[in-house]
Design a protein around this ligand. Structure first.
Ligand SMILES: [Zn+2]
Length: 210
C-alpha cells in the first residue's frame, strides 16, 4: 500500500475542510480538469452541495463518485501490474494488446453509467444487477445478468477486481457479501467500492433488512 493510501486509513475521518477545488466548484458550480473515466481535458458542470454526486463530465457524464471509482481502479491497476493508465478509456483501449491483461477479469455490480460504458470494451469484463429475490444468481433477465451479492454464481477466484459503487448499503447482510466478494476474487485481488458513511461515527447504521 503506498503512502497516499495509508494516509486515508485514519478513521473516523475528522477532516471535513474543503480544499480550493471544492470551494471553487461550489462557488461557480463548475470545474475543469482531466477526467479519469474518459481521459479528456474537460469541464465538470452542475456542482451542487452534494459534491459526491454532482459535477458531471461534459464528455462522458461521469459524476465525482464515478471519477473517484475510476481513480482508484487506475491506482489498483498500477499497484498490481506496474502499468500506469491515465484513464479508464485508455486502459480499456490498450489492455487487449498487453500480455499482463490476457486473463484479467473485472466484475462490476452495475450495468449502466459512464464507467460501465468504457469497461464493456474490456474482454474479461462482467457486469450484473440485482433484479429481485425471485431470481437465481446467474440468471439473465431481459439481457441483464442477475446476481445476489450474498451468494453469486461465480466460481472461487474468478476476478482480479470487483467494483461496487453505493451498493453495499442496500444489502441486508453486507458482511456476508464482503465475504462472497473475497471468495470470488483471485488471491491478491481488489474490491474497489464506495458506501455512504458518516465521517464522525464508528458504528454501522442499518439501512436494509432482509
Ligand atoms: Zn469524462
Amino acid at each position: 500500500m503506498n503512502s497516499n493510501l495509508s494516509r486515508l486509513q485514519i478513521y473516523p475521518l475528522t477532516n471535513s475542510q474543503l480544499g480550493w477545488p471544492e470551494k471553487l466548484a461550489l462557488k461557480s458550480s463548475f470545474g475543469f480538469g482531466i477526467c479519469p473515466v474518459c481521459g479528456k481535458f474537460t469541464i465538470f458542470t452542475n456542482f451542487t452541495d452534494n459534491l459526491r454526486e454532482s459535477g458531471l463530465c461534459k464528455v462522458c457524464q461521469s459524476n465525482n463518485r464515478k471519477r473517484q471509482m475510476a481513480f482508484m481502479l487506475l491506482e489498483a491497476i498500477y499497484e498490481t501490474t506496474g502499468i500506469k493508465f491515465s484513464s479508464v478509456n485508455e486502459f480499456t483501449e490498450q489492455a487487449s494488446q498487453l500480455e499482463q491483461f490476457v486473463n484479467f477479469r473485472i466484475y462490476n455490480t452495475e450495468t449502466t453509467g459512464s464507467l460501465h460504458n468504457y469497461l464493456t470494451k474490456l474482454k474479461g469484463y462482467k457486469a450484473s444487477e440485482y433484479l429481485g429475490y425471485e431470481y437465481e444468481s446467474g440468471e439473465t433477465i431481459h439481457g441483464i445478468l442477475h446476481q445476489n451479492l450474498m451468494n453469486t454464481s461465480f466460481e472461487d477466484s474468478s476476478f482480479d477486481f470487483v467494483m461496487s459503487s453505493d451498493v453495499f448499503e442496500h444489502i441486508p447482510e453486507p458482511y456476508q457479501a464482503f465475504s462472497e466478494v473475497n471468495r470470488i476474487l483471485k488471491p491478491g485481488g481488489r474490491h474497489i467500492f464506495t458506501v455512504p458513511f458518516y465521517s464522525d461515527r464508528y458504528r454501522d447504521e442499518v439501512r436494509a433488512v432482509g
